[in-house]
Ligand binder design. Structure first.
Ligand SMILES: Cc1cc2nc3c(=O)[nH]c(=O)nc-3n(C[C@H](O)[C@H](O)[C@H](O)COP(=O)(O)OP(=O)(O)OC[C@H]3O[C@@H](n4cnc5c(N)ncnc54)[C@H](O)[C@@H]3O)c2cc1C
Length: 381
């Protein structure tokens, strides 16, 4: 069966990237993903291998040792990773979308030399600490504070749900200064950076997501990223790329659920026939495939817009909204087609269903994406 990617008219470079990531994911990630999920294991060694192949530097400019890939190709690679394990794909996206993009755009040459190049080469893993226990959708309400000291900054606050937060080497922390909200480069070995144990999440259990407490965390003055008070502007800039990444993850999850469902419906027999011979089953599979391909097409259209430098906030929200809801729907149908076995941990589709749910929540919930899309429709009226 065509996964739809083959039909998407890939360039030679895209074909090579997809083949390389698919081969790696099928060999080094997918065979272990169920066990990692069961014991909540973050495969740092596998992420390091991905780094050696250049896949932590996909969106970093070539001048900074990255691959300098366009966003469509980045989405294709993330889809392959997510089809094997969405947690690993989320770790890569949390490293790439916001930290890499912001360092490339706003970092000083010294910051780029110290952080961006090792990030692109995969020897430094990064994450983002924006949300807080009392500030999720309403991110402008964040309460973490950064006070200027003679020799730099002192950060205090609590950050929630930091993907890679317990394992990263560098986290971009957003905190309030006298000038507004600012972004800081925080090495996780700084005294005062205290990650709690990874959260016991429903899905995405291979991504190390958890609370980080910042207590009198001291960093030098040159760890401010960009201009003081511009943090929210930067967060919004990075968010589009992050949302396109989540859309690609959702496509990967949905595609894998569809592939499992097609295989199972060909093997499983009831009433003397393979399930796939029942028209009701065929209709379900057809609807699943249609949503997978539609989600990918929307994600790639939004990614292409992002690459052209157009204002693509509403398009990124639309892609993330549609793809995450498609993933939730497709994985629900996959469980239905597996019947009672679909509800069992021994079979792969319940994990995909649990992983899919996160897509509707992080990088902005579906409600927040709808507000963005609606805002785009009424802008200027
Ligand atoms: C797996 C996972 C990984 C994450 N990784 C990171 C990370 O790496 N870094 C980071 O900073 N954050 C991360 N987050 C945090 C994530 O971005 C927030 O959870 C998300 O933005 C929602 O915020 P909240 O959980 O506080 O929900 P709330 O904002 O409290 O929302 C609760 C409900 O109210 C709805 N709601 C809120 N406001 C409105 C409104 N105006 N209109 C209509 N409905 C509304 C929401 O849609 C939702 O249904 C992660 C979250 C998860 C689950």
């Amino acid at each position: 069966m065509s996964t739809g990617i083959e039909a998407a008219g890939l360039s030679e470079t895209q074909r090579q990237i997809v083949d390389l990531v698919r081969e790696f994911a099928r060999t080094h990630i997918e065979p272990h993903a169920a066990e990692w999920d069961r014991v909540r294991y973050f495969p740092r060694d596998v992420i390091a291998e991905l780094g050696k192949l250049g896949f932590l530097g996909m969106v970093a400019p070539e001048a900074h040792d990255g691959m300098g890939l366009d966003t469509v190709t980045y989405a294709l690679a993330l889809e392959e990773l997510a089809a094997a394990d969405a947690g690993v794909a989320a770790a890569v996206n949390s490293h790439s979308a916001l930290p890499t993009t912001l360092l490339a755009r706003h970092g000083t040459p010294r910051q780029q030399e110290r952080w961006l190049k090792p990030m692109a080469r995969g020897t430094v893993l990064a994450g983002v600490a924006l949300a807080e226990p009392e500030a999720g959708s309403d991110i402008a309400a964040l309460a973490a504070r950064a006070a200027q000291r003679d020799d730099g900054w002192a950060l205090d606050g609590i950050k929630a749900w930091v993907t890679n937060g317990t394992t990263a080497d560098l986290v971009i922390v957003f905190a309030r200064t006298a000038a507004g909200i600012s972004a800081f480069l925080v090495p996780t070995d700084a005294a005062g950076y205290r990650p709690e144990a990874p959260a016991d999440t429903m899905g995405m259990r291979t991504a190390s997501t958890g609370v980080v407490v910042l207590r009198d965390l001291r960093i030098p003055a040159d760890h401010l990223l960009g201009d003081d008070g511009q943090g929210l502007v930067y967060a919004v800039e990075g968010t589009d790329a992050g949302r396109l990444g989540v859309a690609a993850l959702a496509v990967g999850i949905a595609r894998r659920a569809l592939e499992h469902a097609v295989a199972y419906c060909s093997e499983r027999r009831q009433f003397g026939r393979a399930l796939r011979e029942f028209e009701a089953v065929q209709f379900k599979l057809a609807d699943m495939a249609t949503r997978v391909d539609a989600a990918r097409a929307l994600a790639h259209a939004a990614a292409a817009r992002h690459d052209r430098g157009e204002d693509g906030a509403a398009a990124a929200s639309m892609a993330k909204l549609f793809a995450s809801e498609a993933a939730m729907w497709v994985t629900t149908q996959a469980i239905q087609l597996f019947g009672g076995y679909g509800y069992m941990r021994d079979f792969p589709v319940e994990k995909l269903f649990r992983d899919a749910k996160a897509m509707e929540l992080y990088e902005g919930t579906s409600e927040i994406q709808r507000l963005n899309v609606a805002r785009g429709l009424t802008a200027g009226r």
